[in-house]
Design a protein around this ligand. Structure first.
Ligand code: PLP
Ligand code: COI
Length: 341
């Protein structure tokens, strides 16, 4: 199969329309069979629940070309499970988890020409999403929904790829203690837009959100979880009920322990202790692991020892091992990688 004529190595994290997308509709209490379609446009009532009350949830995962030329996706079962959890919290019907994986396979298979070749640094990003589509004017959930998956070839989420970034401690909160921070709902991102625009205007790449209840503990950024490395090489990640359970972070904790033999700890992380860590990284499907070089906190700076030119040594090992598994260079000990024919 011929690949599309795209400058793969210079892609940014943006949207490029591909050939096919999957759509399934929910009506009268049941999902239809779903199908691959060509049309990328969606037509709906001006009063659709998603437009008025933001009843929408989504997922993100990637397809990769391995060193030996296979096309694979990474742990789609966990995206299926997380979308189901998001659905329950948002009063939306669950899209069956086995059907979710089938739909992922169909979309990647139908868009193989858009899966970036091995070695280009680019990947195919898949965006499954679901939203309430029928007209709703009183505040209540929709009764009709669409589940869709589109895909787009992407490059690095942060400009500069694996170069350390600078983040700021945000004055805004991301998620309330009993709110929706633990699911992937569009509303969590809508409320972060002002915060990210503010951070960018001030010259920062991202925000570090603290817990909204006490503003003493590290939560996450707008689109990734945190990983820290202590001076004695322990990998630490914040535990909180109001952060998204990142599939990348959960995988990296297993990589750290089972592949690299490092000690790992998932626990509350107080902002006061951040200055004592040796390394800091952001992890997520889009971010992979993006090293943080500097954190700005209201006039004070925390600078990590690896500096602003390269990743710290443990972050680099985690990055190399995870991407090695995804690209088929390192043994997939836990069956995380699923081949797409
Ligand atoms: N946290 C937030 C708020 C996110 O949007 C994402 C992206 O999906 C992540 C963390 C990372 O999660 P994952 O590794 O499952 O992509
Ligand atoms: C992802 O990593 O898949 C996300 O959804 C993050 C988003 C901010 C692009």
């Amino acid at each position: 199969m011929d690949k599309k004529n795209i400058d793969w190595s210079n892609l940014s994290f943006g949207y490029i329309k591909t050939d096919k997308r999957f759509v399934s509709s929910y009506k009268n209490g049941a999902w239809d069979e779903g199908a691959l379609i060509d049309d990328d446009m969606i037509s709906m009532s001006e009063c659709a629940c998603v437009l008025q009350y933001a009843q929408t949830i989504f997922e993100g995962l990637k397809a990769y070309t391995t060193e030996d030329g296979r096309t694979v996706v990474f742990r789609p079962d966990l995206n299926a499970e997380r979308l189901a959890n998001s659905s329950r919290r948002m009063e939306m019907p669950v899209y069956p988890e086995d059907k979710f994986i089938e739909a992922v396979e169909k979309v990647v298979s139908a868009n193989k020409a858009f899966v970036p070749p091995y070695g280009t640094g680019a990947t195919l990003y898949l965006r499954p999403f679901m939203f309430g589509i029928n007209p709703v004017i009183g505040v209540k959930p929709a009764e009709e929904f669409q589940f869709r998956i589109f895909c787009t070839p992407v490059g690095p989420y942060f400009k500069g790829g694996a170069k350390p970034i600078t983040i700021k401690v945000s004055d805004f909160d991301r998620a309330a203690p009993n709110g929706t921070g633990f699911i992937k709902a569009g509303l969590n991102y809508a409320m972060s837009l002002h915060a990210i625009v503010t951070a960018h205007k001030e010259g920062f790449d991202e925000n570090m959100y603290l817990d909204a209840g006490t503003r003493t503990k590290v939560e996450e950024t707008g689109g990734a979880n945190f990983l820290f490395v202590t001076k004695d090489n322990k990998v630490v990640t914040p535990k909180s009920n109001s952060i998204l359970p990142s599939i990348t972070r959960r995988s990296l904790m297993i990589v750290a322990k089972e592949y690299l033999g490092l000690e790992v700890e998932e626990r509350e992380v107080y902002f006061d202790e951040v200055k004592d860590f040796a390394e800091c990284g952001l992890c997520g499907t889009a971010a992979v692991i993006s090293p943080v070089g500097k954190i700005y906190d209201h006039g004070k700076e925390i600078c990590f020892p690896a500096g602003m030119e390269k990743m710290g040594p443990v972050t680099q090992k985690l990055y190399d091992t995870l991407t090695g598994i995804q690209m088929g260079r390192i043994e997939d000990k836990f069956g995380w990688v699923r081949e797409i024919k």
